[in-house]
Write a protein that binds this ligand. Structure first.
Ligand code: ARG
Length: 249
């Protein structure tokens, strides 16, 4: 009887001690940095086997390492990233995301780490040869991207067909459901390489800055991520990562 009591006391003590130790370390959960992305956007984020890889994934990994956190990437619809960051569902959004005044009303952005250019992809031999030829044409875009916003503003909502993924917009071009696709230049290049008979028009539509979105409420994280990112830019890490995925022209 006495022996049993001592035994159970010891068990209780051990339980209390390990709970205390966990609490003392803050638990693993506190150290996770969740990044929302939309992994249909090579070379910034895409799947290689079952894993999300790309420029954003690697830069985020380097940032997490610098600030002592474990990166966890969540793949979601592009259009839900800003709201998810704003409400604290994700710590940050990194998705080749363009800094826009409208998004800035909902979230803060870090220092920019890359630039993108909106490009127009058409089929080889298309009558569309420049921006001027777009009037009256069906334009494929990825839903809620800047390409979507520009196309709708300039050519009217009824001319624009939004798709969940950039790859779906390209598939629609291949099967003649749209006449062109407006999308960022690097994914455009990847998609043109992966699909025969597509070309990118020479006209550059708009140049944009990519940055990481962080909640306006989480200024502490913004400062940490910015400090880490700025170091990674200064020491050439960001450039090395970008060059790994984008061959110099
Ligand atoms: N740069 C464009 C934007 O911010 C497109 C980004 C799409 N990114 C993605 N991971 N699907 O709207």
């Amino acid at each position: 009887m006495k022996k049993n009591l001592i035994k159970s006391l010891a068990l209780v003590m051990a339980g209390i001690m390990s709970a205390g130790m966990l609490a003392g370390c803050g638990g693993k959960g506190d150290d996770v940095l969740t990044m929302a992305t939309n992994a249909t956007f090579p070379p910034y984020e895409f799947y290689e086997n079952e894993k999300i890889v790309g420029i954003d994934a690697e830069i985020a990994e380097a940032i997490a390492g610098k600030i002592g956190m474990t990166l966890e990437i969540v793949d979601t619809e592009f259009g839900s990233i800003v709201a998810g960051v704003q409400t604290g569902k994700y710590d940050m959004g990194m998705a080749g995301m363009t800094v826009t005044d409208e998004r800035k009303q909902s979230v803060d952005f870090t220092t920019s780490y890359a630039t993108g250019i909106q490009s127009i992809v058409v089929k080889e031999g298309s009558p569309i040869q420049s921006l001027d030829d777009l009037a009256g044409k069906k334009i494929g875009v990825q839903q809620d991207t800047t390409g979507h916003i520009y196309a709708a503003d300039e050519f009217g909502d009824e001319m624009v067909l939004p798709f969940n993924k950039g790859t779906d917009a390209i598939a629609a071009l291949v099967s003649d459901k749209v006449d062109c696709v407006i999308i960022d230049n690097q994914p455009a290049k990847s998609f043109v390489e992966a699909n025969e008979g597509l070309v990118i028009l020479e006209t550059n539509y708009a140049t944009e800055d990519y940055a990481i979105a962080i909640s306006k409420e989480n200024t502490e994280l913004l400062e940490k991520v910015n400090a880490a990112l700025e170091e990674l830019i200064a020491d050439g890490t960001v450039e090395t990562i970008i060059n790994k995925y984008i061959s110099a022209e």
